[in-house]
Every structure is written in structure tokens, then in C-alpha cells.
Design a protein around this ligand. Structure first.
Ligand code: PEP
Ligand code: MN
Length: 339
């Protein structure tokens, strides 16, 4: 912690800060400048909050030196980490594409979706059995039966399955169905209870960025999971709320290089929830790969016009096939490969 004293701080005010630091078992480093005295608290600064100094007489401001996220930070782990899912790896040279419908609907719909994803090179199958809709009157997902339909098709095609966990009470059910990757959706990015629970298991977790979360808040949410012992975290940028209304969310491409610099963990992009319209998805997907994304998550539906959820942002089979062919060329040009 660095404590900057006001210009006219008195000696007894400086001494009070030093006493507080010593009382907590840390030591001080006092630097008396011509304008200001600056005091460094040397030791584990987590015992203090900056406000506890800022409330003291003669203190102008106090700030932490270390970040709130450590395990997920590149500071402690400079090399890229791979997150493995049934023989696939996120965070290396390969760029796996996760694809599937927003929601599980029927066994027939999942069968058609899985076949489509697998045929055109998708490597993981996504579908929500529980949907966090904006309106409580909108379709909420088919529930546990959805995990069953998803599992059946995922296993049949050898695709690991990805599904969103909304409620901590369903975690055991997700484990029973052996959901390979648990998605924590944007709306739950800072749901501390949920983050702590998925931190205690060893399944990979996709942590989507909250619609108005800063990168530091997002990384710190990842730290919640990591602090419980689960380091298999994949960060997923899916766009943030902005003043613009012509698309669903603003895809924050700048977040990709910044996050990749801050964390050793993989960073993927969901262009579907950013654009909100299928016609925008190819451009955003290409941009994400060009910016260094380690994977993509795409809404794909065998019949978007009749989808029960988010049909307007789902790629149809032809659009998906065409995009996958383009992305393969793009990835290769960048010295990577799809899958
Ligand atoms: C989803 O992946 O279906 C979803 C609800 O996404 P987000 O949490 O990013 O809105
Ligand atoms: Mn959705």
C-alpha cells in the first residue's frame, strides 16, 4: 500500500499512519520529499483497505500496489496456460469453435444441431437447458430434460458439451450429466456464490464478461473461481452495453489483447451475443480471430426462423458452413488452426 500524505501533513499525522502500519504487523518505508511525504506499507497489504488510511487526518490518498487477482495473473504465471477439455485445448495454437443453439428445445432439434456442428468442424456443442431471459415470461429453457438431450447428442458425435449453470442448486445435476464445460453467463459474472461453487470442482468453466464489467472486475471474478482451486477458466468476451442501439452489445475487441496480456488463461469470443443479428456474426467472428481470440462460441441453429430463443442471432447451416471455411483460412494465415 502506498499512502500519500497531504502537502501540509504534520509529523504526528505521519506518525499515526506509521503506527497503524506497525500495529498490523507490517513495516513502513517513509520517503520525505520536498512537497509530500509518501509512506510505503511493506508486507501483505490485504490486511488494509485504502479507505482506512484515506479517512485519517493528513492523508491525501492511499492505493494498493498489487492487484486483487493473482492466480489468474500473468505476473505469477508468465507462460500461456492450456485449458483441456476431452483432448481439446484452449489457449494453444488451435482455435476450437463451440457452436450450437441458444437453447435445447427437443431431441430432434438437438440431433439436427449436433450433426450440423460436427459436420462443419465445430469442436464442442453448446446449448442452454436453463435460460436467463430478460423477461420472466419468456421461455426459460426445458430444464433437466435439456441436459439429457444435449448429453445424448454430444456423446453420439464425440463433441464435449457446454451448458450454462444459472443456479448453484443445479451444480450436482450438471456433474451427474457430466457437462464438460460449465458456462457462467454474463448476468452471473459477479455472482460470488456461484463462482465459489464452480471454484471447488475440476470442470473447465467459461466465464462470460458481464454486460457492464470492467476488465479488472472480470479478472477478479475469475480469481474467485481460481481461489477455490479450479484453475480451468476460459474468459469469454461477449460484448458490453453501450450507447449504441443498432446492435445488441458492443464487441470489445480491445479487451482481447489486454486480457491476454493480463492473464495466462485462454480468452474466447462470442460474436453472436455481441451482434445480436446473424448477418453481423461473420464479420465479428473474423475480427475476433484476427485480434487473437483462443476460441469462438457461436449460436447456430438448424432452423433459426423457428428457434425458441435468440433465433435472430443464430447462423443457419449454410451461414455456419461458409463462416467455418473462411475462419479456417484466416486462422492458417495467422499461424494457427481451427479446432
Ligand atoms: C448464452 O450463451 O446463451 C447467453 C445467455 O449468453 P450471455 O450470458 O453472454 O448473455
Ligand atoms: Mn443466448
Amino acid at each position: 500500500m502506498i499512502i500519500v500524505m497531504t502537502r501540509h501533513a504534520r509529523d504526528e499525522q505521519i506518525q499515526a499512519v506509521v503506527d497503524k502500519i506497525r500495529a498490523a504487523g507490517l513495516s513502513e518505508h517513509v520517503s520525505r520529499g520536498t512537497e509530500r511525504t509518501i509512506i510505503g506499507a511493506v508486507g501483505d497489504e490485504r490486511v488494509f483497505s485504502p479507505d482506512s488510511f484515506e479517512l485519517m487526518a493528513g492523508v491525501e490518498r492511499a492505493m494498493r500496489v498489487v492487484k486483487d487477482y493473482r492466480i489468474v495473473s500473468r505476473d505469477v504465471h508468465p507462460a500461456d496456460s492450456l485449458v483441456q477439455v476431452r483432448g481439446l485445448a484452449f489457449g494453444g495454437e488451435a482455435i476450437p469453435v463451440i457452436a450450437g443453439p441458444a437453447a435445447v428445445e427437443t431431441p430432434q432439434q438437438m440431433a439436427a444441431a449436433a450433426e450440423l456442428v460436427s459436420r462443419f468442424g465445430g469442436k464442442l456443442l453448446r446449448a442452454g437447458a436453463f435460460k436467463p431471459r430478460t423477461s420472466p415470461y419468456a421461455f426459460q429453457g426445458v430444464g433437466v430434460a435439456g441436459l439429457e438431450y444435449l448429453q445424448q447428442e454430444a456423446r453420439k458425435h464425440g463433441l464435449p458439451m457446454v451448458s450454462e449453470l444459472l443456479d448453484v442448486r443445479m451444480l450436482d445435476t450438471f456433474l451427474e450429466f457430466d457437462v464438460d464445460v460449465i458456462e457462467i453467463g454474463a448476468r452471473n459474472m459477479q455472482n460470488a456464490g456461484l463462482l465459489k461453487e464452480v471454484g471447488r470442482i475440476n470442470k473447465p468453466v467459461i466465464l462470460k464478461r458481464g454486460p457492464a464489467a470492467t476488465l479488472t472486475e472480470w479478472l477478479t471474478a475469475g480469481e474467485y473461481i481460481a481461489a477455490g482451486g479450479n484453475h480451468n477458466i476460459i474468459f469469454c468476451e461477449r460484448g458490453v452495453r453501450s450507447f449504441e442501439t443498432s446492435y445488441r452489445n458492443m464487441l470489445d475487441l480491445s479487451a482481447i489483447p489486454v486480457l491476454k496480456r493480463e492473464t495466462h488463461l485462454p480468452v474466447i469470443v462470442d460474436p453472436s451475443h455481441a451482434g445480436g443479428k446473424a448477418w453481423m456474426v461473420p464479420a465479428l467472428a473474423r475480427a475476433a480471430i484476427a485480434a487473437g481470440a483462443d476460441g469462438l462460441m457461436l449460436d447456430v441453429h438448424p432452423d433459426p426462423a423457428n428457434a425458441w430463443c435468440d433465433g435472430d442471432q443464430a447462423l443457419n447451416p449454410d451461414e455456419f458452413a461458409q463462416l467455418m471455411a473462411q475462419l479456417a483460412v484466416l486462422a492458417e494465415g495467422l499461424g494457427r488452426k481451427l479446432g
